[in-house]
Design a protein around this ligand. Structure first.
Ligand code: PHE
Length: 434
């Protein structure tokens, strides 16, 4: 079977930026910034993005394109015995998919509710036994439907209109939010550094680092997989700048949007996880044409979530197709059915299964901790070691520069990061989170 390809490098950028822009940007970034010293968090986030985010994104892209394989095959074909590193990534993508589609289901529910005009109470809805499970299944089914259409015919085609649409909606909403009286306080809250206690700094660093990885979809084989469908002539260093830039613009705008609205209505900016589903509905209920704004907002969140979840499913699909030589349809069906089942348990852990604990946590929380605190850092750490020490420097350089045809000014910086700085910091972060 001939391996599929993106139609163009722009198509790849849209798909990869679509993978990167997700719930992490619209939901996690604003509430983390709100919780962790505003501008302090934003500054540290930006520093880590440049220091680790972009270089590791470049490594994953290079590894994917160099080998043209799924994550397990990619590591294995560069160095025998290292396939397991890709295996951690594939497993992590699957775990994330299980809880991501639960939240994706909530987003769908809110989208439909705003269209219909009756908004549920979040706690009642998320803890009920039927509704959230059905929406979770619907969300994973939509993901499945796009992925079975393939790379250029499904993922690229969808991402190419979804991402621009998302930007347009985000800009409209942000302009509106900023024009609300009192919004300025929200922007100050997001951007002005404030730190009451220097002892908070390590926690902020750790959180910002995890957020960079999650937001750029690193350590889950997603960029390796998408990179494996890339054309030899595309410019990897350029992509490694554009994708993080797009991702960060969305994160900052949604921070401005959400915090402006929260301050304009005198609500609590530290609403944490509830910011999207509890706090935002309060705002929409007080705005003129609130249901319209609510629907627009949740369409945007849905767009962001679905392009990320297709990338997660594609990681598993590429692995199954390459390894077992099965058709795309079956390779997508198997993980989707498993996601139906495990996601259902995760969803029910907000209600009837709330008492079942794994390692002391309800199922949903356990899955997020497993992925965020263990699988992702492990796989990112091993990616650095692999690119820095196992893979031959000359070959990495050749891949990044398209055989010496394009300049790569950051060569020294890049190798310093992957060999020393990134693994060391990931290790510190990992150990201190134990
Ligand atoms: N980057 C996505 C987000 O910010 C999450 C994600 C991680 C998607 C890994 C795909 C792979 O929401």
């Amino acid at each position: 079977m001939k391996r599929e390809n993106w139609n163009s490098n722009t198509g790849f950028i849209m798909a990869a930026a679509g993978a990167a822009v997700g719930l992490g940007n619209l939901w996690k970034f604003p509430y983390l910034a709100g919780k962790m010293g505003g501008g302090v968090f934003v500054l540290i986030y930006l520093a880590f993005l440049i220091l680790f985010g972009a270089p590791l994104l470049l490594s994953e892209m290079a590894l994917g394109r160099h080998t043209g394989k799924n994550p397990v095959g990619a590591y294995e074909s560069v160095k025998k015995g290292f396939g397991f590193v890709g295996g951690i990534g594939v497993f992590c993508a699957f775990v994330v998919l299980c809880f991501y589609s639960v939240v994706g289901g909530w987003v769908l529910k809110y989208l439909f509710s705003y269209t219909a005009g009756n908004i549920p109470d979040f706690d009642v809805f998320s803890s009920s036994a039927l509704d959230p499970v059905l929406y979770h299944i619907l969300f994973s089914f939509l993901t499945f439907m796009i992925v079975i259409k393939g790379i250029s015919g499904g993922i690229e085609k969808m991402s190419k209109w979804i991402l621009p649409a998302l930007f347009v909606i985000l800009i409209i909403l942000t302009v509106y939010a900023v024009s609300l009286p009192g919004a300025w306080e929200g922007i100050r809250f997001l951007l002005i550094p404030r730190i009451e206690n220097i002892a908070e700094l390590p926690v902020i660093c750790i959180t910002a680092m995890g957020q960079v990885f999650f937001s750029l979809s690193l350590g889950m084989g997603a960029i390796i997989t998408y990179g494996s469908y890339l054309d030899r002539s595309s410019r990897l260093p350029f992509n490694a700048v554009v994708i993080p830039a797009l991702d960060t613009i969305v994160a900052l705008l949604s921070g401005i949007l959400i915090l402006s609205a929260v301050f304009a209505f005198d609500l609590e900016p530290q609403g944490g996880e509830g910011l999207l589903f509890r706090t935002m509905p309060v705002i929409f209920s007080q705005l003129p044409f609130g249901n319209f704004w609510g629907a627009l907002f949740f369409i945007m969140v849905f767009f962001a979530a679905i392009t990320s979840s297709i990338s997660l499913l594609e990681v598993v699909v590429a692995f199954l197709m390459d390894t077992f030589k099965i058709k795309r349809l079956y390779a997508a069906l198997i993980p989707t059915i498993l996601v139906f089942i495990i996601g259902t348990f995760a969803s029910l852990s907000f209600g009837v299964l709330g008492d079942i604990l794994i390692a002391g946590h309800p199922i949903f929380t356990f899955l997020t901790i497993l992925a965020d605190n263990y699988l992702m850092p492990a796989s990112a750490f091993l990616l650095c070691i692999f690119t820095g020490y196992i893979w031959k420097r000359r070959i990495v350089y050749k891949e990044i520069t398209n055989g010496g045809r394009i300049p790569f000014r950051f060569e020294k910086f890049f190798f310093f990061i992957v060999r020393y700085a990134a693994p060391l910091i990931i290790l510190i972060v990992f150990v201190s989170s134990l």
